[in-house]
Design a protein around this ligand. Sequence first.
Ligand code: SAM
Length: 278
Amino acid sequence: MSGKLYLVGTPIGNLGDISPRVARTLEETDFIAAEDTRVTLKILNHLGIKKPLVSYYEHNRAESGEKIISRILGGETCVLVSDAGMPAISDPGQDLVRLCAENGIEVVAVPGPCAAVCAIALSGLETGRFTFEGFLSTARKSRFEHLEELKTEKRTMIFYEAPHKLRATLSDMVQYFGGDRKVAICREMTKLHEEVLRFTLRQAVEYYEAVPPKGEFVLVIEGLKEEEKISISPEQGAEMVLEMYSSGTPLKSAAKEVAAKTGLKRNELYDLALKMKD
Ligand code: SAM
């Protein structure tokens, strides 16, 4: 008889969010697979629990995953925890769950906080339909392809972001979604300096030009509202581009932003504006 895998959600900042069921599952399991054993040790110490830990993270998941599966097949129960929040959400875990499914092993969720879910609930934006986009790539090509794909996304979008990349990400978003798009910036949720700032993307860029971003962030961006699209000719669009250009926005960025607002083609706007400029 094989054991089970328990996916256990851990706090995203506040140890008070450990539920009695999370504590009991950690207490009763045979071993724990942890993304960072030092982080998990803190939780175990807080609960006064001692358990064998194995590490399971991005770069050892193939090898460690195989070992974990064979122990579960041998009858042991395993708890999987990540550094924070729900394992498998922008965290290692997805592969281990797939391996369990392939091996006929039962997987049980013991839910805890998830930053994406907390943020969409806090955002004040539409929650009926949303899409989780995780982290944008730092590689320019895939980052811009990702944003391009989302230009016409109507559902509310959720992104994770690191503080040192926040400014660049907000600026890129202005270019693809337009500066008037609403954003809720959920920072340090469940922690001492928790805050939710509700801006337009342009206001957010201006705010973080003055305030250095610190802590953990989730960005919740309003989806495209069809009725918001301005219906204008390419020549009028090119004039808008030139107006932005004369107040300091690079021509390419201005063309992108006007394209996002109007649905006109970015290249066409850029070429026209270039001609009209000369
Ligand atoms: N598995 C986690 C979950 O369920 O939310 C997410 C892990 S992901 C590697 C870490 C990212 O989640 C951070 O970079 C940040 O974007 C977001 N995050 C985690 N905790 C947060 C918090 N307390 N406040 C705001 N964002 C948070």
